[in-house]
Design a protein around this ligand. Sequence first.
Ligand SMILES: Cc1cc2nc3c(=O)[nH]c(=O)nc-3n(C[C@H](O)[C@H](O)[C@H](O)COP(=O)(O)OP(=O)(O)OC[C@H]3O[C@@H](n4cnc5c(N)ncnc54)[C@H](O)[C@@H]3O)c2cc1C
Length: 191
Amino acid sequence: MFICIFCNFYSNYIMYIAHCILMKSFKEKSIAYQKAIAYQIQHKNQQMLDSYMQTYIYIWNLFHVFAEKLKDEYFDSVKSAIIDVVHFSCNNLSCSNCKTHANEYLKENDMNLITNKEDLKIYLWKFHNNVNTRKGVAEYPYDSLTDRYSVMNLKDCFDKYATNFLNFKRDIEHINLMKKWFSICHDYYFN
Ligand SMILES: Cc1cc2nc3c(=O)[nH]c(=O)nc-3n(C[C@H](O)[C@H](O)[C@H](O)COP(=O)(O)OP(=O)(O)OC[C@H]3O[C@@H](n4cnc5c(N)ncnc54)[C@H](O)[C@@H]3O)c2cc1C
């Protein structure tokens, strides 16, 4: 009887220790698993954020280079196409907040009132600065526009912009139309 109780006590004790060890290892494994999942999500979010940021930079570059490289005398020929590119881009921004504000800006600042290349440059510069201000970033100086954008290659900017939008599978037909238009408009632009 005594031995039985003793055995029983020890076997329960051993079971208890085994249980603790198992639970501890289970808990550790579960924490490690949760950490791995959290890391993967964070990494994926960061990758998405980076690709969004890259998209935005391609969009701004194309806007400013379009304006910078346009030959003055061809403004009227390209005006509606440029307005279309700007509206299309703003309607297809990945961040819905940015999209809402960009479209509000376009509504309040009618691009159809722009009458020449210089106005177009100023319009896009102010538009970009408006976003900078919303982000709490310093305004970009107007005097720096030509230095930055005159050295960029328009075709290169357009290709990056179009490829990036296509990667995000945005309105492929519209982008192909833009590509067609772009392929016939080089005379209107300095390289
Ligand atoms: C149409 C549009 C609307 C957006 N709206 C929002 C928004 O509401 N909120 C938000 O957080 N983000 C918004 N974004 C994204 C934001 O503008 C930036 O592109 C993004 O935050 C990355 O910033 P960045 O520091 O890399 O430089 P960016 O702002 O992308 O600028 C790239 C480079 O352009 C030059 N630059 C800066 N300002 C000007 C200017 N005024 N004129 C000419 N060149 C300039 C500088 O050399 C700068 O390094 C928007 C983007 C687009 C295209």
